[in-house]
Design a protein around this ligand. Structure first.
Ligand SMILES: Nc1ncnc2c1ncn2[C@@H]1O[C@H](COP(=O)(O)OP(=O)(O)OP(=O)(O)O)[C@@H](O)[C@H]1O
Ligand code: SF4
Ligand SMILES: [Mg+2]
Length: 353
């Protein structure tokens, strides 16, 4: 039995993917930067985990490590309970097939010299999913229909430049499905699309999530999109390489406990009655995001935080601790005072949805 195969007794027990104390340090001209700093995350089979944070917070760096595209500087990445960097070559190949990455820019990720048929049939044939070219074309046709490119025959002979952005992203998703993945990492996969197209691509991804039972690591800078896609899953909020809040998505959206999550929700421009907007909430002390090369001491959010306490927040780095059932935050003040540190509206123990 290979390291990635599980006996019936152990199957389903381990999370599908785990990042355990994972860090990634880049050596830049400005000195070493810790793009991801000691994060712990896991995705269970069929579960959605949303990773949310501003640009530069380390989402893609974390996702590349989860996909085995980059080796962590420290910590362990495990798939089906096994350290992926301890796998033998064949098992590593099996792992790489099980995790598919859908990038932000479908144009950059599709080979411009290949037709859609070639793009989708190549992995099917290369990995022996089907035996003949005819079977590969049939499967490609099915996959295009799955991502709502209909009639699929109209798309097979086209090149990426002949498609719209939304159609290209659907092709990228169809290609990701060729090898029957257990986990799809969708990294800002809809952020480059126009709003109306974004909604239809998100709806298509949601249907795949429900129909295929595949796990999702869903990355977005937009909490409103995390709410839409990951409502029945969990959300982790990243700030400057660290997880600052984690919990079931409805709790993160409706009853956030970390001042940074609350600021992200306040920054959502569109009115949405489900999103917590606290009247009179104190505003950020600064809009400037510190450089990873010169991180503030203690809690790295302290130069911006409305709840900042001198001597406490700029001292030690706050640990991620449970604030209330299933919801954790890395904040000295909230850990000390509980949600009483926040205002009345956020004090509710139950999300309003
Ligand atoms: N290969 C690299 N070498 C040096 N620095 C890097 C490298 N890759 C990422 N970084 C830096 O690491 C930090 C985190 O980058 P990352 O791309 O993971 O952020 P992100 O949250 O995905 O941002 P965005 O929302 O803009 O995609 C950034 O400061 C980035 O400049
Ligand atoms: S530790 Fe202090 S600075 Fe950091 S989020 Fe909490 S209150 Fe704000
Ligand atoms: Mg990114």
């Amino acid at each position: 039995m290979s390291a990635l195969e599980k006996s019936p007794e152990t199957a389903g027990r381990a999370p599908l993917m785990t990042l355990g104390g994972v860090s990634q340090v880049f050596h830049t001209k400005a000195g070493p930067i810790r793009a991801v700093d000691n994060i712990n995350l896991s995705v269970n089979p069929g579960e959605v985990l949303c990773l949310v944070g501003e640009s530069g917070s380390g989402k893609t760096t974390a996702a590349r490590m989860a996909a085995g595209l980059a080796r962590p500087s420290s910590g362990e990445v495990a798939f089906d309970g096994t350290d992926i960097w301890a796998l033998k070559r064949d098992d590593f190949t099996t792992f790489r097939r099980s995790v598919q990455y859908v990038h932000q820019d479908p144009y950059a990720s599709l080979n411009p010299t290949r037709t859609i048929q070639q793009t989708i049939t190549a992995p099917l044939l290369k990995h022996g999913v089907v035996k003949t070219k005819k079977a590969a074309v049939e499967r490609a046709t099915e996959l295009l229909a799955k991502v709502d490119l209909t009639p699929p025959e109209n798309y097979l002979s086209k090149y990426p430049h002949q498609l719209s952005g939304g159609q290209r992203q659907r092709v990228a998703v169809a290609r990701a499905l060729t090898l029957d993945p257990k986990l799809i990492i969708a990294d800002e996969s809809t952020s480059m699309l126009d709003v109306s197209i974004r909604i239809s691509v998100l709806a298509m991804l949601g249907r795949l999530r429900d129909d295929l039972g595949v796990g999702f690591l869903f990355i977005t800078h937009d909490l409103a999109i995390a709410k839409y896609f990951g409502w029945h899953g969990k959300t982790a909020v990243m700030y400057l390489g660290r997880i600052v809040e984690f919990g079931p998505t409805p709790k993160i959206i409706n009853a956030p406990t970390h001042p940074y999550t609350r600021a992200l929700i306040d920054a959502i421009p569109e009115p949405d009655p489900d999103l917590t907007k606290t009247k009179g909430r104190e505003s950020l002390r600064s809009l400037e995001i510190p450089s990873l090369a010169h991180l503030p001491s203690g809690c790295t959010f302290h130069p911006r935080c409305p709840l900042f306490e001198d001597g406490l927040c700029d001292g030690a780095v706050p640990e991620l601790v449970t604030i209330r059932s299933g919801q954790s935050a890395a904040c000295h003040v909230v850990a000390r005072d509980g949600v009483a540190a926040l205002d009345d509206e956020a004090r509710s123990d139950e999300p309003r949805a």
